[in-house]
Design a protein around this ligand. Structure first.
Ligand SMILES: [Zn+2]
Length: 376
């Protein structure tokens, strides 16, 4: 089952609605139509309650979309592309493809979201005042004021300095700017995120204990979500730090076996694949590396032909996405080994073969790194 639906594209940014959003849409409509409006405007027509409830839910949706779109457009203008915006359970998420490389960029990208919400608050409030002034419709005034207020709440909530909320990003950008250390800034901002998360959970529990069960559960849920998100964004940041700072030479396998290209496939299978159980081997001709051979290429050759076929006939010849230099980063190696169809890259120092990197090498390195860092 598909978990999201596409709404189309704006300036190359894919807009998606996660199915969880429909649940929220239903909940918001239901709560407004069955409790908020009947309590506050008891003599209105029940049909009107449902109309107002669903219209507000839709306008809320449009507001969140504009908020996220603002983040995305500013991000793109700062040279950080955004592939898509997913609208999901708590609003939206602009999938910004990488972390900003300067605090100034992060500040602009973060702050424009709440700024948009404030702008929407002013706009809806203004419309409400006009409609009220000309006494056009009481219902419209109520509707516009409600949407305005929700945008104000959205702006204030997002400006709480708790990472990964927008305010937390602003805080991070400021610490980053003044102290010059992104990782440390992320650590502090994430800690604030965790604290805020626990605070909301605490308020939620108080709510539940004092009879405000539904509101309490909401607070617990949102608090838990922010808490999780702040921790995982910190881990992600540490991870991307590994990816961009660690060089291939630090985790490549150096025990390499160069297969002679004159060998037959049969010899290759008997003397290499069975014996050493690697999934692929670099192939050389007079000690010069000419390509790579993996099990899949052998599976395309009928078994009867194995002893007549030379390895050189079925190698994958050396090409850019099979080679990294010892100074390349994990990111470069990952990008190549996930795209070249072999799952490995050769580490070459000019023409000299220095090592080989597989997915397992990278995963093991990350595992060891995170284990050792946890114990500090
Ligand atoms: Zn935002």
């Amino acid at each position: 089952m598909k978990s999201s639906f596409s709404l189309g594209k704006v300036k190359g940014i894919q807009l998606e609605v996660n199915i969880s959003w429909f649940v929220i849409f239903g909940l918001v409509t239901f709560t407004l139509a069955t409790s908020y409006f009947p309590q506050n405007y008891p003599d209105w027509d029940p049909v009107l309650y449902w109309f107002l409830g669903s219209t507000i839910a839709l306008l809320l949706f449009a507001s969140v979309l504009l908020h996220e779109l603002a983040h995305s457009l500013v991000s793109a203008s700062q040279g950080i592309p955004v592939s898509k915006i997913s609208l999901f359970i708590f609003g939206g998420l602009a999938q910004i493809e990488k972390e900003p490389d300067e605090p100034g960029k992060e500040l602009k990208i973060a702050i424009v979201g709440p700024a948009t919400s404030i702008l929407l608050y002013v706009l809806f409030m203004f419309l409400a005042k006009i409609v009220a002034f000309f006494a056009i419709s009481e219902v419209a005034v109520v509707l516009l004021t409600y949407v305005a207020d929700v945008n104000l709440v959205l702006a204030i909530f997002n400006m709480v300095p708790a990472f990964p909320l927008d305010g937390g990003r602003v805080l991070r950008a400021l610490i980053w700017y003044f102290k010059g250390n992104l990782q440390n800034a992320t650590k502090i901002a994430s800690l604030m995120g965790s604290i805020f998360g626990y605070f909301l959970i605490f308020i939620g529990i108080l709510g539940v204990l004092t009879g405000l069960v539904i509101n309490g559960i909401w607070f617990i849920f949102i608090g838990w979500f922010i808490n999780q998100a702040s921790q995982s964004s910190y881990e992600q940041m540490v991870m991307s730090d590994i990816f961009n700072k660690i060089h291939v030479s630090e985790f490549m396998s150096e025990n390499i076996m160069l297969v002679d290209s004159h060998l037959s496939v049969q010899e290759l299978v008997d003397n290499y694949f069975y014996k050493y159980r690697f999934a692929s081997f670099p192939v050389g001709k007079n000690d010069e590396v000419i390509g790579i051979i993996d099990r899949n290429s052998i599976m395309n050759i009928p078994r009867e032909a194995w002893s007549q076929t030379a390895v050189s006939n079925i190698i994958v010849p050396l090409q850019d996405n099979l080679i990294v230099s010892p100074d390349d980063t994990v990111t470069v190696a990952m990008t190549k080994l996930f795209s070249n169809g072999i799952g490995r890259v050769l580490v070459m120092d000019q023409t000299r073969l220095r090592g080989i990197v597989s997915r397992t090498d990278i995963l093991n390195y990350i595992r060891i790194h995170s284990q050792l860092n946890q114990e500090k």
